[in-house]
Design a protein around this ligand. Structure first.
Ligand code: ZN
Ligand code: MN
Length: 139
């Protein structure tokens, strides 16, 4: 698309940007930060700004297209898979891995029964050492 026509079609431009960001996230299992997404999207859309990437990530999260994972540390990570699932954070290599066990919705009922609170959702995060890092320590 030429620069001139982009100015006349801001909606089409933002749709293209948002789709590119979503594609980057759908094609990786690495749960990247916004900075990493920005570096990837820039290869397709060189004039995109980091601010635009941030804004679209938040928008995609609000639309339920992606998930934002925050470990209470400085930077959020993003997940192209919006379906509920747990994550494991390796404290050695810092990778965030998908945990392939079912989400325990019964925990919400348990809290409800115990406290009488209305529970909407829950979050569980696992921390430790991944299989790869464990093997490396044994060598
Ligand atoms: Zn590891
Ligand atoms: Mn995930």
């Amino acid at each position: 698309m030429a620069t001139g026509s982009q100015k006349k079609q801001p909606r089409r431009r933002s749709t293209r940007q948002r789709r590119a960001i979503l594609n980057v996230l759908r094609q990786t299992k690495s749960h990247p930060t916004a900075d990493w997404v920005y570096e990837q999207v820039k290869q397709e859309i060189p004039n995109i700004s980091l601010g635009t990437v941030y804004r679209n990530l938040k928008l995609l999260r609000d639309l339920g297209e992606i998930m934002e994972i925050s470990f209470g540390s400085a930077q959020s990570h993003f997940d192209g898979n919006p379906n509920p699932h747990y994550h494991f954070h390796c404290l050695d290599c810092n990778r965030i891995l998908d945990v392939d066990i079912p989400v325990r919705h019964e925990l919400e009922q348990e809290v409800r029964d115990h406290h009488g609170w209305e529970v909407h959702r829950h979050r569980v995060e696992f921390y430790g050492r991944c299989d790869k890092c464990s093997r490396q320590r044994e060598e």
